[in-house]
Design a binder for this molecule. Structure first.
Ligand SMILES: [Zn+2]
Length: 106
């Protein structure tokens, strides 16, 4: 493959990746999910805590859409966690979650 062909292939791959990430984020937001810093997640054991969740970007977790495997600071374990919608949480649950933050790395 020539250098030009390689550049075109990489640019196309990047473009497709960006488009998929954009679509996934928009679709999830349409369902009431919020992304970014300090979003509330619930682990498999029911622990609520705050984490940073940026669609398609992750350095500390294995991801499967709205579920990912990461460290839970409440139970001190690694577990599948899933993103919570604000409207599905009671004020007490939000308060409980705000007491636990992970390290802020996506
Ligand atoms: Zn937990």
């Amino acid at each position: 493959m020539s250098t030009l062909t390689q550049i075109v292939v990489y640019a196309l791959a990047l473009l497709i990746f960006a488009w998929v990430a954009f679509r996934a984020a928009r679709m999830s937001r349409g369902q009431g999910y919020r992304f970014g810093r300090d979003v509330i997640v619930r682990c498999r054991d029911g622990h609520l805590f705050m984490t940073t969740w940026i669609p398609m970007v992750s350095f500390k977790a294995i991801r499967f859409g709205l579920v990912r495997v990461q460290y839970c600071p409440v139970g001190d374990h690694v577990a599948p966690v899933h993103l919570m919608r604000d409207e599905d949480l009671t004020p007490a649950e939000r308060l409980a979650a705000s007491r636990f933050h992970d390290n802020g790395v996506p």
